[in-house]
Design a protein around this ligand. Structure first.
Ligand SMILES: [Zn+2]
Length: 69
């Protein structure tokens, strides 16, 4: 389970329950999701959790964009 912590300010911290020694920091959610997906592909190819989360997040972003138009 890969988790993205957005401090609501300017950074996203990515941590992985399977790899407590690993963490990453990115400047926005898009990069954070890309980072999580890359980690998952390399270290947890059997898991789809980060890929699903990234897909859902992208969809939610698109809904937000169309809702504000
Ligand atoms: Zn991991």
């Amino acid at each position: 389970m890969i988790k993205l912590d957005n401090d609501g300010y300017c950074t996203v911290v990515i941590t992985c329950a399977g790899c407590p020694w690993w963490s990453a920091i990115r400047l926005d959610m898009a990069e954070g999701h890309a980072c999580a997906v890359t980690h998952e592909k390399v270290h947890h190819p059997e898991s789809k959790q980060a890929r699903e989360a990234a897909r859902k997040w992208r969809r939610a972003q698109q809904r937000k964009l169309t809702a504000t138009r």
